[in-house]
Design a protein around this ligand. Structure first.
Ligand code: NDP
Length: 269
């Protein structure tokens, strides 16, 4: 008998934590559906989209490396956030079988920053790649006073400031300037990557540090922030937040967030 499903597609894909998150919520809600992991190589993307369009059991997919940009041209409609960022991470069928591309990383960032005062404050954004573009989009809506973008490639940092109309300057990676919020959206500090050459000595008491890296969960940046008694937000908070936004699109129900502690324990076991 057929069964509704959603999935995550990418290449490589086996490391993805999305199936564990979505299947945990499906189980808690007793929804008869599943969330799978599907390996799709670069040459297979167009065929994948064509095939899934015709599958009545398919509820949509999450999209990860290397398809986040390429999938834009294969969809019928692109949400304004995904259009501005230039990347789609969630595809869901909507009314009339029209395929809509969205970027739920923005929602994940918003949820991760829930309770942090951003309006009128100074923010520092580390990185200028895809995740940083989602952060720039989210920050623009939160109206910080300034955003300093620190990135290896100065041109990309300048471009980010201009494109998202943020008031701020571009700097190379180094000691973070005085600010109330620092967001790491580089891949530095991740397992297998070089350390992040950013220190936090200029941050005032009460500042918050959000690291998008989730492997490891306790990064050197977050360790330094804790030593300095600053507020910390880890990458899993964003990962679960962006998955929550996708889950309701796929399965038409809000995920049961009251089980977050159990979910985090499962994901970090
Ligand atoms: P991109 O490849 O698009 O961007 C990578 C960024 O890291 C760029 O700013 C790049 O700088 C910088 N960088 C990479 N290597 C180096 C290096 N050796 N030295 C200096 N800078 C470097 O990746 P994404 O934006 O997609 O992802 C960035 C991070 O965010 C990853 O760790 C990813 O796992 C995490 N992420 C977490 C999510 C979550 O839900 N928690 C969701 C999405 C991403 P340059 O521009 O100079 O190349």
């Amino acid at each position: 008998m057929s069964r509704a499903y959603a999935e995550v597609i990418g290449d490589p894909i086996a490391h993805s934590k999305s199936p564990a998150i979505h299947n945990f919520w499906l189980g808690k809600l007793g929804i008869n559906a599943e969330y799978r992991c599907c390996h799709v190589g670069p040459d297979e993307l167009a065929g994948y989209v064509l095939e899934r369009r015709a599958d009545p059991d398919w509820r949509g997919c999450n999209v990860t490396i290397p398809h986040k940009q390429a999938v834009l041209t294969l969809l019928d409609s692109i949400a304004p956030d995904a259009r501005a960022i230039g990347a789609v991470n969630t595809v869901g069928p909507c009314e009339g079988g029209v395929l809509l591309g969205r970027n739920t990383d923005v929602e994940g960032i918003r949820r991760a920053l829930d309770g942090i005062e951003v309006r009128g404050q100074r923010a520092v954004l580390l990185g200028a790649g895809g995740a940083a573009r989602a952060a720039a989009f989210a920050l623009k809506q939160m109206q910080p006073a300034t955003v300093t973008v620190m990135n290896r490639s100065a041109a990309k940092a300048e471009q980010l400031l201009t494109e998202f109309q943020l008031d701020g300057i571009a700097l190379p990676l180094g000691p973070a300037p005085e600010a109330e919020l620092v967001i790491n959206a580089t891949s530095l500090g991740m397992g297998g990557q070089p350390p992040l050459p950013v220190t936090l000595e200029q941050l005032p008491a009460g500042a918050a540090v959000f690291d998008m890296v989730y492997a490891p969960l306790e990064t050197e940046l977050l360790r330094e922030a804790r030593r300095r008694r600053l507020r910390t937000i880890d990458g899993l908070t964003m990962l679960v937040g962006q998955a929550a936004a996708a889950f309701s699109t796929f399965f038409g129900a809000e995920p049961p967030r009251e089980h977050d502690a159990e979910l985090r324990a499962l994901l970090t076991a």
